[in-house]
Write a protein that binds this ligand. Structure first.
Ligand code: C2G
Length: 433
């Protein structure tokens, strides 16, 4: 019996998919179809997948061509599958020509011509809504959104409004955006989603204005350091049924959930100490301290909770700008210390000490690419990793697209509670000075 294997995502199942399965089956007696798992697709940058794994498997099953369906979960699995299932031939479309030649060591490699004129990408473009993103900025930087939005079909940064017109030339040297508006209202009219990317003191007006115009908003947090103003923004968003989403990418990355699982699930015992530091010296925006410490505070609140007994802050300022602050929070079972510097360098790192182990993250820990668990007495270090290029904006937009597609504004993903608590902390720091 000749066994044939083929793989695919089979999203929005179409004629091209059917044809390749049919020809693969005709190539032997027994057909195994590997359908890609969701995490595998996300890991290989295929973020546009619309159908769930269950639907995609069901669609393959309905063809009646597959004798066996398996799930492809990780890079490299194909080699193991060929050996495990004793496969004679591997079939794949010719869009992959040359990419799998190394598998000819294990079985016959067959590339078949793709069916012309049809693809999942094309169906997605024709079927689903399109969202034009307009961005407000006061520095010649996009935080990664321009390139990363392109990875999700239906999303594109089309418009820009410069809060500071003098940065336009620098900006256009680095990025291509179709329309540059002189007037913010005009940009609002031409955009479905607004990304507010400017210094903290200017954010609230743009956000409020965009929400009142019933636009979805992504903003660099904090929106303000006044809790009443933030509550007002939440209210407008709710009333106008639009999404108000913090640009905090780490919460949309699966390593972040693993970190919560390890800490909240008691896997390193009681948390005795949470220590995290962050600094950024190459950004001249005023009061960047608030942006930087938002990341630290969010993680602290997620891991240690909101019920600390007391807090204290030591702040070093230059004029109105906070250069460095040390923040201290006394929890019933542990202590959290956060050091955030705008002009004063500290090593970026995170250490969470539990009664049964320590978690460490180095470098740009807020990207949540990896963390280590050190267990007392064990020489082995457990490492949790995720592989992605860029800043992670694509995962945030993916989440946004999920909310838009299901018409469900997921406040858990929006971090409303934590954002408010963070702004309350900032307000306290501000009052203390
Ligand atoms: N295909 C085709 N004609 C089309 C579209 C797709 O023959 N018009 C084929 C592809 O070449 C592939 C299969 O259908 O062999 C599944 O395509 P996708 O769902 O796009 O999956 P893909 O991303 O190509 O994944 O491990 C995954 C595999 O490497 C392939």
């Amino acid at each position: 019996m000749r066994k044939v294997i083929t793989y695919g995502t089979f999203d929005l199942f179409h004629k091209g998919h059917y044809n390749i399965l049919k020809r693969a089956k005709d190539n032997g007696d027994y057909l195994i179809v590997g359908v890609t798992g969701e995490n595998y697709d996300i890991g290989r940058g295929k973020l546009n997948v619309h159908d769930t794994l269950a639907t995609r498997i069901e669609n393959v099953k309905k063809t009646g061509l597959a004798d066996e369906i398996i799930v492809e979960e990780y890079l490299g699995q194909k080699i193991g599958d060929i050996i495990k299932y004793d496969v004679d031939a591997f079939v794949i479309g010719d869009d992959w020509v040359g990419k799998f030649d190394h598998l000819s060591k294990y079985c016959e490699m067959i590339y078949l011509e793709r069916t012309k004129g049809i693809s999942s990408t094309q169906i997605r473009q024709e079927t689903f809504d399109h969202y034009d993103i307009g961005m407000v900025c006061d520095i010649a930087d996009d935080n990664g959104i321009i390139d990363e939005a392109k990875l999700l079909s239906g999303f594109e940064v089309k418009n820009v409004y410069f809060d500071d017109k003098s940065i336009a030339d620098d900006f256009f040297k680095r990025f291509e955006v179709e329309n540059n508006f002189d007037d913010f209202d005009e940009m609002l009219d031409s955009s479905d989603i607004i990304y507010v990317h400017c210094s903290v003191e200017k954010r609230i007006d743009y956000i409020r204005h965009a929400l009142k115009a019933e636009k979805h908003v992504i903003y660099d947090p904090p929106a303000t350091i006044n809790p009443d103003e933030l509550k007002e923004l939440f209210e407008i968003a709710r009333k106008n049924k639009v999404i108000l989403m913090e640009n905090i990418k780490m919460v949309h990355i699966f390593v972040f959930n693993q970190l919560l699982w390890m800490t909240q699930g008691g896997l390193i015992g009681d948390i005795l100490s949470f220590n995290c530091s962050i600094s950024k010296l190459d950004d001249n925006r005023s009061n960047l301290f608030y942006d930087l410490s938002t990341l630290c505070l969010l993680l602290m609140l997620k891991i240690m909770g909101q019920d600390y007994l007391k807090s204290d802050f030591k702040v070093t300022k230059s004029g109105d700008d906070i250069e460095f602050a040390s923040m201290y929070f006394d929890y019933p079972k542990g202590i959290a210390v956060i050091n955030a510097g705008n002009k004063i360098r500290v090593n970026n790192q995170l250490e969470i000490i539990g009664s049964e182990g320590t978690i460490r993250m180095f470098g740009d820990w807020w990207k949540c690419k990896h963390f280590e668990i050190h267990k007392p007495g064990l020489s082995d270090v457990e490492v949790f990793n995720t592989n992605f290029e860029g800043d992670g904006f694509k995962y945030l937009i993916k989440e946004l697209s999920r909310m838009l597609a299901t018409d469900r504004i997921n406040t858990k993903a929006i971090l409303e509670e934590e954002s408010l608590k963070i702004v309350e902390i900032f307000n306290e720091i501000d009052k203390k000075e």
